[in-house]
Design a protein around this ligand. Structure first.
Ligand SMILES: [Ca+2]
Ligand SMILES: [Ca+2]
Ligand SMILES: [Ca+2]
Ligand SMILES: [Ca+2]
Ligand SMILES: [Cu+2]
Length: 567
């Protein structure tokens, strides 16, 4: 059996470090992730928000599908390693009557040929099946996440890369799934379906069901465990495990203070709802643009059930374990013996043996318990029951990875008219949806005017005696979001403000921007007493007023209603 965790390859980290240095100089450059596996065993997906996940996968007899070399690239193009490997560490199923206590991953194996399903296309609707030696072992698909963001009034759903396999062990089908969100979030998920495994007759340890060979389906626990070999950033050996909780400041319980404990040595920890306890793994040196350590929160979600098993199952006594990485430490229980220092039947409490964690490659083990009480709905084949927990990036990016920055909004002041040599000022008003600072620039201003880049005030004394200028004003926010407006600015005497200076306006007192002059006599139609040359002005006899009462109507005269000299 190959060990689940491969040796960390320093050259990969070295390449990434170079990529990050380049990013400091050109932050829009997208870093390239180089995976250490062949194309057949690579999964890469780019999302519409610009984020990307890259990873390798492999099939192991016991763990089933293991995902390794897992990288998240932020929408702004910063690629960082998250995991060396992500694997199932046990499915432990003790029955309430003590008639069976299964350790499915270590003792039966989710990946062996007798247990791992060959997925049909109907098992993988809208997805792509990935093959190992001709067998369809993974369904890879894109689904819509349950998070959404509001951009203005538009809700934006997250996109999620889902990968799952199906393994049958006894009467059960297990569905280990991982959901990789475009936000960087990861949800390890486990579904269980198939058929009830064990029946009995004592309703105290189960529930009556209609289809079994005996009248009672026996209640049981599904204790699911994952092994998370976090390797954050370019250095696998500088990750720090922290426990964070919120402690009441006084007996009145009306204010709470954050308390952070970094673990210097291996530890076994439990949830504590009263203190809202959670854990995170952070990098010791790498930070986001604000200088905060890049990290992942480990959030327990399904905490309603708890297994406290017999003394032979001490691994059930805690929910989270942090240990030094060792290849032979693969399962939460029933580990095989290994010359590398693991004894037969070791469990995770043997691995938590006081070793220091500073500057070591650390591994986090996480468990969820679901108490399955059979229902009539579980017969003859049960609906899947699902459990999950969540790994959420904290300070991995500087801004939200989902909500795009919105550029400033500028009010367009409209057409402007000024006299030559006049002093003028015009306030351009802009606002930023995120209230970021705005910088103004302008081009095409009439000679003599300038814009204040900080407040958008255009001012100055016109030095041109006459002209029309198309002015462009742009406003840029602190993240580079930019918007622009255009308007015309006229300089010169223009009594009717139609944009044509009096000196060249063929109707200086009447606004006629089109300057129509049908008889070309220098007087615009609008102010010309005889706009069509030889014609005199219209009289009542020019207006059509007789239409015969029978036969074809005859047009007696016509009226140039469009003022262009034609009828
Ligand atoms: Ca690290
Ligand atoms: Ca240890
Ligand atoms: Ca690690
Ligand atoms: Ca005019
Ligand atoms: Cu069950």
């Amino acid at each position: 059996m190959r060990p689940v965790s491969r040796v960390y390859i320093p050259t990969v980290g070295h390449n990434i470090a170079i990529g990050l240095l380049l990013l400091v100089c050109a932050s829009s450059t997208t870093a390239q992730v180089t995976l250490s596996c062949s194309a057949t065993y690579q999964i890469s997906h780019s999302f519409s928000n610009g984020a990307k996940w890259d990873m390798c996968w492999e099939l192991l007899d016991r763990e089933g599908i293991v995902y390794s070399d897992v990288y998240y690239t932020t929408p702004s193009g910063i690629a960082r390693r998250v995991f060396n490997s992500l694997a199932l560490a046990q499915i432990h199923v003790p029955y309430d009557d003590d008639g069976a206590r299964y350790h499915d991953v270590s003792d039966y194996g989710l990946g062996s040929s007798g247990h791992l399903n060959n997925l049909q296309q109907t098992d993988c609707p809208n997805g792509t099946r990935l093959q190992d030696n001709g067998k369809n072992v993974i369904c890879r698909t894109i689904i819509t996440g349950d998070q959404s963001a509001l951009t203005g009034n538009t809700a934006v759903a997250t996109e999620v890369l889902s990968v799952f396999s199906v393994s049958h062990v006894g009467a059960y089908n297990y569905i280990p799934e991982y959901r990789f969100f475009d936000t960087g979030q990861i949800e390890p998920v486990m579904g269980a379906t198939g058929k009830l495994q064990r029946y009995g007759s004592d309703p105290a340890v189960g529930w009556p069901v209609r289809g079994g060979s005996s009248p009672v389906g026996i209640s049981h626990l599904h204790n699911y465990y994952w092994r998370l070999d976090f390797d954050l950033g370019s250095n696998a050996n500088d990750d720090v495990f922290e426990e964070i909780e919120f402690v009441a400041d006084n007996a009145s319980n009306n204010s709470f203070s954050k308390s952070v404990n970094s673990y210097s040595h291996e530890a076994a920890r439990s949830i504590n709802p009263a203190t809202k306890r959670f854990w995170r793994v952070r990098d010791a040196t790498e930070t986001n643009a604000q200088g905060l350590a890049v990290s992942y929160d480990i959030l327990a979600l399904d905490t309603g059930h708890r297994d406290t098993g017999p003394s032979s199952e001490p691994f059930t006594y805690d929910d989270v374990y942090v240990t030094r990485q060792r290849d032979c430490e693969r399962f939460i229980s029933h580990n095989p013996s290994d010359p590398d220092g693991c004894a037969s039947n070791d469990d995770v409490t043997d691995f938590v043996n006081g070793e220091a964690l500073a500057n070591q490659d650390i591994v986090v083990w996480f468990g969820i318990t679901f108490h399955h009480i059979p229902r009539d709905e579980d017969e003859p084949r049960m609906h899947a029951h699902w459990n999950h927990f969540r790994l959420v990036p904290r300070d991995w990016t500087y801004a939200s990875s989902r909500i795009a920055n919105l550029p400033p909004v500028i009010n367009n002041p409209g057409e402007q008219f000024n006299l030559p040599s006049s002093d003028t000022s015009l306030q351009v008003v802009a606002s930023d949806p995120e209230n970021q600072a705005i910088t103004f620039t302008a081009s095409g201003l009439p000679p003599g005017l300038g814009i204040n880049s900080n407040n958008g005030l255009i001012s100055g004394t016109h030095s041109s005696s006459f002209g029309s200028y198309n002015v462009n004003v742009s406003a840029t926010d602190s993240e580079g979001g930019i918007n622009a407006i255009n308007f015309d600015w006229h300089v010169g005497e223009d009594t009717d403000q139609d944009g044509i200076a009096n000196a060249s306006d063929n109707c200086p007192a009447l606004a006629n921007a089109n300057q129509q002059d049908s008889d070309a006599d220098g007087e615009g139609n609008l102010c010309d007493a005889s706009p069509y040359g030889g014609c005199t002005s219209l009289s009542s006899s020019d207006v059509p007023k007789t239409i015969s009462s029978s036969g074809t109507p005859t047009v007696q005269s016509t009226l140039d209603v469009s003022e262009n000299g034609y009828v």
